[in-house]
Ligand binder design. Sequence first.
Ligand SMILES: NC(=O)c1ccc[n+]([C@@H]2O[C@H](COP(=O)([O-])OP(=O)(O)OC[C@H]3O[C@@H](n4cnc5c(N)ncnc54)[C@H](OP(=O)(O)O)[C@@H]3O)[C@@H](O)[C@H]2O)c1
Length: 335
Amino acid sequence: MTIQTRTLGNTGPQVSALGLGCMGMSALYGDVDRTESIATIHAALDAGVTLLDTGDFYAMGHNEMLIGEALRAAPAAQREQALISVKFGALRDPDGGWTGYDGRPAAVKNFAAYSLQRLGVDHIDVYRIARLDPHVPIEETVGAIAELVEKGWVRHIGLSEVGADTIRRAAATAPIADLQIEYSLISRGIEEEVLPTTRELGIGITAYGVLSRGLISGHFTAERQLGANDFRAISPRFQGENLQHNLNLVEALRKIAEQKGVTVAQIAIAWVLSRGTDIVPLVGARTRQRLTESLGALDVTLDEADLAAIERAVPADAAAGDRYPAAQMAHLGSK
Ligand SMILES: NC(=O)c1ccc[n+]([C@@H]2O[C@H](COP(=O)([O-])OP(=O)(O)OC[C@H]3O[C@@H](n4cnc5c(N)ncnc54)[C@H](OP(=O)(O)O)[C@@H]3O)[C@@H](O)[C@H]2O)c1
């Protein structure tokens, strides 16, 4: 099947207008189901999704090996169409702790060598450091990826969660296809400075957290029990009064969704799609059912009246709570 496509920036690849973010299939959102995860990746490829996003640190290689297994079992044509976007650089310990970032050129090449092996591919389509390494100039990290591009191990260079100044410095070093950054109805920090900068420089956006990690999906309830292995258990937006406030926003959104005969998740994804053809939402579907719902957003058209109603229901700064705990906010280039 084919679905709508978008191009990542002036120099990046053409990809399906929705990408599949595979992180939750291995880590950060509680228990995982390998069989359903692989079935979801196959269903996405079947539906025409070509962009798969991962990170080498999502359960320490687990997510890359999962994608590799899914691709090996997929029909050759789908395997060849799949474009894999990989984040690297986050350092972990055996307890699952996060111990920093490493963007040194030798480390970049080492990370890439392991990712190619785990994924079972001969190149990575888009390669990016997950967060800026504060001890290594971005020129050195991007320069190392550019060398991997020259050698054919990587096709395109991306960025993740960096601010305008870093974007400019990176773009002055090598062509940048896209910036991966959180963007949703309740995470609009990029609109002020980051988005104008990527647009000026011809860099695309792959937006993550378009459902704010499920918070604005319409499926999340205050009663949901979150295990210790679930990021949402420590996310400020999912705590106490913040959670109740944010779920009230979802109910306002639900009224608009019901009037249009679509779901809350579809409205939230369609809103991100409506922000510009330079933006490709990555949806974190972990099951075929959630994937089908997400793909339905591609058929939702939001007119001026819909957009105005959505803006009234969820104004730009409506969310309660930061998008990460304070220690992790410190690594971000944009609020
Ligand atoms: N660059 C970065 O710093 C960064 C950070 C985070 C993520 N990412 C990437 O972006 C991808 C997407 O992020 P995300 O997973 O946080 O995004 P998301 O789509 O906002 O959240 C996914 C969660 O929403 C819930 N959900 C409810 N209805 C859904 C539906 N119809 N479709 C999909 N999910 C639904 C799911 O929870 P249940 O399964 O419990 O229903 C799922 O775990 C990740 O997989 C990862 O590849 C990048």
